[in-house]
Design a protein around this ligand. Structure first.
Ligand SMILES: [Zn+2]
Length: 79
C-alpha cells in the first residue's frame, strides 16, 4: 500500500517544483510573462477556429484532427 503511494507523492513534488520554477520565471521577467500571455491568446484563438471548422476522427488510429488540416496529426492519414 505504501509502495503505491510513493510514485504519486514524487509526481506531486515534481509538479510543485515545476510550478514554482515557472512562477519565479514569469515573476522575474515581465517580458517573459507578456510572451506567454500572447502565446496563450494565439492558442486560444486557434482552438476556437478549429471548433468553428469542425473536427474529424481519423479512421486509422482514432485521433481527432481539424477538418481544415485534412490529415491526421498523429499518423498523417487523410481524414
Ligand atoms: Zn490517424
Amino acid at each position: 500500500m505504501l509502495l503505491e503511494v510513493i510514485p504519486l507523492v514524487i509526481g506531486l513534488l515534481m509538479l510543485g517544483g515545476l510550478a514554482m520554477i515557472a512562477g519565479s520565471m514569469t515573476r522575474d521577467d515581465p517580458r517573459t510573462r507578456a510572451r506567454w500571455d500572447s502565446r496563450f491568446d494565439r492558442e486560444a484563438r486557434e482552438l476556437r477556429h478549429t471548433d468553428a471548422t469542425g473536427v474529424l476522427t481519423c479512421r486509422r488510429c482514432g485521433t481527432s484532427g481539424s477538418e481544415r488540416a485534412g490529415v491526421c496529426p498523429r499518423c498523417g492519414a487523410a481524414l
